[in-house]
Design a binder for this molecule. Sequence first.
Ligand code: FA5
Length: 343
Amino acid sequence: MKQELENLQKDFKKAVDDVKDVLKLDEVYQRFFSRKSGEMTNIMKNLKELTGDARKEIGKLANEVKGELEDIYGKKKDELENQKWDEIAQTEKIDITQPKLPKKRKGHLHPMTIVHNELEDLFTSMGFMVLDGPELESDFYNFEGLNIAKTHPARDSQDTFFIKNKPEWVMRTHTSPVQVRAMQKYGAPLRTVVTGRCFRNESTDASHEHTFYQMEGLVIDREISIANLIGTMKELLQGVLKREVEVRLRPGYFPFVEPGFELDMKCLVCEGQGCGACKHSGWVETLPCGLVNPKVIEHGGLDPKEWTGFAFGLGSMRLCMQKYGVEDIRHLHAGDMKFLEQF
Ligand code: FA5
C-alpha cells in the first residue's frame, strides 16, 4: 500500500502539471478524490483492512499524502484562475476614444392620447360611461337619425368620403352617430362620452384636418336644462386645461339639437390676439352643444315627452392645441419626432 501511495502521488503531480485550465484540473481532482471511486478515496477506504502498527503507519502516511495533494490542487487552481484574469485584462482593453452608444429611446404617449385619457378620466369620475362607435357608419346613424334628411343643406358642411357602390355607408363625419346608437342600446337615463376619429372632405389648414378627433357627450334624463349643459362644459375645459378659461356662448345651428350653441374659448395660443390656431379671431370654436332634439330622442327609441337631454361634440384636436400651445393642427398627425419628443 505504501508503494501504491507513492505511485498515486507521482500520477497526481504529473496529471496536475499537464493541465492548462480549471475545468481539466477539476476532472483530475475528481479522478483522485471523487467520493465514490476516486483513487485516493479507495486507498483511504482500504485502510480499515489493515491492523496494528501497519494501520497506524500507513494511515498517517496516507493522510499526509492526501493533505499534500490537496495543497497542490489548491495552488494550481489559484494559479490558473489568476492566469485567466490576466488574459482577460490583456485582451479586453478600454477604448476611451470610442463614441458614446446612443441612449435607448423611451416611448411616451401621444399628446392626443394624453388629452383623451384625461377627458375620459374626468367624465368617468362624473358617472359617464365611455363608449365606442364605428368609423364606417351608415347614412342613417350619421345623418338621418340625427334629423339631417337626404336633401338637408346641413349635409353640405359635412362632406365626407363615401364607399364606392355603397351609398348607404360613409366615413363618419362626427361622433354624433353614437347618440342614437347609445339610446337604442342602453335606454334612459344615460350619461356617455365617445372619443374617436372623424373624416371630412376638406382642405387642410392650421385648424382643419381631413381626419380629426372629436369627443361626443350625451346626457339623457328627466328635466335636463341648459344650466346642466353649461356647468358640464366648464368642468370639461377646466379639467383638461387646468386653468380658468374665458368662454363665450353663441347660437349655433345643428339639426340634432334645439336650441343649439357654439361654445368658443379665448385662444390660449395667442391669448386672444389672433393667430392661425384661432383663424386670427382670438376665439376658438371648440365645443358645439345643445339640448337634444326630440326627434333624435325618438330615433333612439325613447319618449321625448318623458326624456330630455344635452349633447356636445368637442373638437379634441383643437383642445389639445390649446392645452399645449400648438399653432398648427397638422403637427399632430405629421409623425415628426422633433415635435412629438416635446411631450
Ligand atoms: C359637429 O360635428 C357636431 N356633431 C357637434 C355637436 C354634437 C353639436 C352634439 C351639438 C351636439 P362641428 O362640425 O362644428 O359639429 O364640429 C365639432 C368640432 O369638431 C368643431 O368645433 C371643431 O373643434 C372640430 N372640427 C370640425 N371639423 C374639423 C376639422 N376639419 N379639423 C379639426 N377639427 C374639426
